[in-house]
Design a protein. Structure first.
Length: 318
């Protein structure tokens, strides 16, 4: 029988955390799901752990692949998912026993295309559930969705992903997860947001992907991809001025990552020439400087003193 939800877990080098993640999924009060475990060529015992769990529960499907990164692992999961809805869980995270029930029952109640539990909301707002139809502004104002737009703690309709060929970008290693979500939003009509804490993040791992420094080419591609998606969002989705300002900040954050990748490039092949080729007009017009040091760095960019900018920025990280 086809499951209602396919849960995709990309796995790499998390043997100490993986059993907790899998156990939390298998303990769900909502039981109509398949659990897709994608072993992304993990060098530890993750592959063995996955196979052992698969022998215990028929809802588990295991895929072993050559290491290709979290995006390739998630895409493999998407290619093999059979459920009507897709959920992503990171292997070092875990979920409450009613996590899936809350997501699916809320989505089913409002007949929506998308449901998300969100960590952040304006403190003065008491409501726990918002229904957003053609106006997506609450995503980026009341719920501050731009602060946590990754694919976890959400349900996506598989048919929308398939029909619009939405995939994680393999060559983007910073922000690729938020780009996936924003591209999905371009194709939905009705969404539901819940302020909830049933998805538990583990932010302690020292080798977490979020703490690595992607290459210049990867961060540049991510910035360009988000810029294109953001442009489409402004034309296809109803957003108010505050929402656009919040998304502008996300674009600025992408640009910050590009600049950082130039400064911290270990190869020595990225530098002044790359800064000269960047279009920084939007960034320089909208970047807010919180300190005099940041203001000075912006001044150097505006004056196109790129060698001095790289030197001064590099001093901050020695």
């Amino acid at each position: 029988m086809t499951p209602i939800i396919s849960i995709i877990v990309p796995i790499y080098n998390v043997e100490d955390y993986l059993p907790r993640c899998i156990d939390s999924v298998l303990s769900q009060s909502f039981e109509d799901f398949e659990l897709i475990l994608v072993d992304d060529g993990s060098p530890d015992n993750c592959g063995k752990i996955c196979d052992e769990y698969a022998l215990k529960d028929s809802r588990i499907r295991v895929f072993h692949k050559k290491n290709g990164g979290v995006s390739s692992a998630r895409n493999l999961g998407l290619d093999n998912a059979t459920g009507e809805w897709i959920a992503f869980i990171d292997p070092d995270d875990y979920v409450d026993v009613d996590y899936l029930y809350e997501l699916y029952s809320t989505l089913d109640k409002y007949n929506a295309d998308f449901v998300a539990t969100v960590e952040y909301k304006v403190a003065t707002v008491n409501e726990t559930t918002y229904i957003v139809s053609d106006d997506f502004s609450l995503l980026f104002t009341v719920y501050q969705f731009d602060r946590g737009p990754g694919p976890v703690s959400k349900l996506f309709k598989k048919s929308i992903i398939t029909e619009n060929d939405i995939r994680f970008r393999l060559k983007v290693h910073s922000g690729e997860d938020s780009i996936f979500v924003y591209q999905y939003l371009l194709s939905v009509k009705d969404i539901v947001l819940i302020f909830s804490d049933k998805y538990y993040y583990d932010k302690t791992r020292s080798n977490s992907l979020s703490k690595t420094i992607p290459s210049y080419d990867s961060t540049l591609l991510g910035m360009q991809e988000f810029d294109r998606t953001f442009t489409l969002m402004k034309t296809k989705i109803k957003l108010d001025a505050e929402s656009i300002r919040n998304l502008n900040r996300t674009l600025i954050a992408f640009t910050d990552k590009v600049l950082m990748s130039i400064v911290k490039d270990p190869s020595g092949k990225v530098g002044v020439k790359n800064l000269e080729e960047l279009n920084l007009d939007f960034y320089l017009q909208n970047k807010v400087s919180g300190t005099w040091k940041e203001a000075f760095m912006i001044y150097l960019l505006k004056r196109r003193l790129y060698s001095l900018y790289i030197y001064m920025m590099s001093l901050r990280f020695k």
